[in-house]
Each structure stands twice: as C-alpha cells, then as structure tokens.
Design a protein around this ligand. Sequence first.
Ligand SMILES: C[S@@+](CC[C@H](N)C(=O)[O-])C[C@H]1O[C@@H](n2cnc3c(N)ncnc32)[C@H](O)[C@@H]1O
Length: 398
Amino acid sequence: MRNELSTAFQQLDGVLAANQDLWSCQPFTNNDLPWSHTHRHLTGALLALGDEELLALHGSQQLRQHWFQHLEPDLCAALYAFEPPLAARVRPLELDSFDSLHMPGRKWQQIVSFAGALPQRNLPHVDWCAGKGHLSRVVQRNQRQPVHCLEWDAALVATGSALAARQCRDIHYHQHDVTRPLPLDCADPARVHMGLHACGELHHHLLRHVASTRARAVALSPCCFHKVSTEYYMPLSGAARNSQLRLDRAALHLALKSTVAARRTERELRERERWWRLAFDALQRDVRGCDDYLNVPSCKRELLRQGFGDFCHWAASERQLALPAAIDYDHYLQRGRERQRAITRLELLRQLFSRPLELWLVLDCALFLQEHGYRVAVTQFCDNSVSPRNILIQGERI
Ligand SMILES: C[S@@+](CC[C@H](N)C(=O)[O-])C[C@H]1O[C@@H](n2cnc3c(N)ncnc32)[C@H](O)[C@@H]1O
C-alpha cells in the first residue's frame, strides 16, 4: 500500500489546493462567496433546490456526490478517487455480554468491528484515551494478552477498573495524561498501541510515541481533528509538510462535517440557533454600519427557548454593542430566514470536500508511519452509519 497511499495523498492534495476557493470560505460568515462569481451554474442549481431534496442531500454523502457529479464530473472524480477498502474481519471474535456493559449500541458495534480487524499478536496492548475501557475488555478477551488503559478522567478510570476487577481481567488502568511520558508498563517497544477515537492532538501524541519508541504495531481511528492548541494544523509527515495547504480550525471542522443525523428536537434547536444568529448578524451590520461578520460566542441552550429579542440583547452585550431602543425584530427574523435558506443550500458545496479533507488528514498520519518504517494499511472498520469516523490506520513495524 506504500505507493498507493502516497499517490492518493498527492492526488488529494492537488485537488484540494487547486479548489480552495470552493471550500475555504464559509457561507455563514461571508455574504459574498468567491465561487459564486466563477461558478454561477453551481450557485443557480443550489439555490433552486427544493426543501425535501435539500434535506436528503444534507443527510447523505452518497447523494451529494451523485448530485454534484452531473455538474462537476472531473472535480468529483478527483475528490473521490481514493476510497479506503472495508477492513477484513481477520478472525471471529469471542463476545460476552459483560463486555458490553455501560455501552450504548453504536459504540458496541464500533468496538466489535475495531477489535475484529486486529490480527492476533502475542503482545500486550495499550489503549489510548480508553474511557471506561470498553475496547480494552473486548481486545483483552480475544487477544488473551494484558491490556493497559490510559485515561485521565478519574471517574471513568474508577468505573472501568471496577468492571475489570469483577471478572479478574488482565486489564490495568492508569489515570494518566497521554501528553506526558507514558508509564513504564506502556512504554516498552513490545506493545501494540491502539486508539479508538483519540481526539485531535492526542492521536498525534500516540503516533509520535509509536514512532519514537519503535513500537511493534499500532491501530488508530482518529477523530476530532479540530481539537488542537495551534491556530493551524501541524502536519506529521514530510509529504503534508511540503503541501501548500494550511488548514485552520474551520477547515479542520469541515473534515468532520459528515456526522450521524441528530435527533429531531436537537436538530430543530440547532436550526433555530443558526436562524437567530443570521438574523442578529443582519441587525449588527445595520447597527454598526459595517458589512462584516461579527463573531458571537456559543450560548446556553436555555437562551434559545426564550425570545429572539433576548438573544439579540445577550449577543450584543457579549460584543459590547449598544442596540437602539426600538428594533423591528420581525424584519430581522425575516432577513435571517432568507439568508438561512440560501446558506443551507450553498453549504452543500463545502460539504463535498469534507470526506476528502478527512482523508488528507488520515493519509498524513499513515505517511508519517511509513516514513518511520511501518507497513501501513488504511481501511474502513465500520459502516458510515455506525460512525462517520470509521477510518482505521494500522501500522506494523517492518
Ligand atoms: C472520544 S473519547 C474515546 C473513548 C474511548 N476510546 C471510546 O472510543 O469509547 C476520548 C477520551 O479521551 C480522554 N482524554 C482526553 N484527553 C486526555 C488526555 N490528555 N489524556 C488521557 N485521556 C484523555 C477523555 O476523557 C475521553 O475518555
């Protein structure tokens, strides 16, 4: 897979860089998108979408790809040329209902698929950012090797340890911050390091640790790419360091855009928040006499259950903005509605770039491992409906 991954990276890098204008500007904060002038056929087709079709397109990456295929066939072909294969179940798993205690259904499916893709290795495993150690329990039962759980949350460590103790399992919990040097038991090179949904910088710590200690093997499903302390993404591999792409938080957020559909009440509240923010944006532009977006921090859910007037006063006070005594709220709500209608349509184009951006980040991790002497495979360990963060990077020291 060596050349294949590097070719896929170069190809994705090229198409993402060449089309930055199409994805780097957010319709929510920019009234005048650069591509609306250069790609009028896209603007027209998007704005003409009916509500039902729009909802369907927002809910499915496959439908989006299919829809854009007719309008931008070459772009779609280049963006979606690399598709990691499904991970092979390397052997049947022994499963026990005890191992699924305290675990919601989807998490169980993810864990079974992840553990099922790990080859038998007669080595202790280290589970990074283990939470209560759900993955560790399944892996320990099947690999029949000690598992060390690294987790910094004391409550999760206590619950996980109690569960493991009930069955005298060979699972060892370390209440530990993984950004710090690992406990001795975990630092030995004869270890398999695994991380299921270790967030942002933490999976970079995992990979750097693996490379610097020349650990035998690694299995990682990265997530939450935006959880980084730097303004821009810090690439790991030489290939990504040479790229002209500089990914800021907004770009890293975009890489996570394909999420499993939220519940209806949650979705309605989120839509109201976006509507009100856009309505307030129209108001603040008038009040300040300035056509620029004003960033407003996140708000408590309660505020969204009150009126739009309360929301405006809260947002204005957050940004030290004096509002006039008389405001025609209905007028701004109407303007917010109109912008929301347009934005939810225009945003579909950015979403076309979500998965390719995610794969660019995944390939950065994979190439880093290759550069450090690992044989690497990138696969999908579960269906997208079980978790949109379904990529598994596996490395074996050569
Ligand atoms: C998204 S959860 C994943 C949990 C588990 N791997 C799973 O898939 O169910 C991330 C976990 O990382 C833990 N975590 C966050 N920062 C950490 C750090 N610096 N050191 C250790 N654990 C950390 C959190 O407490 C949380 O349990």
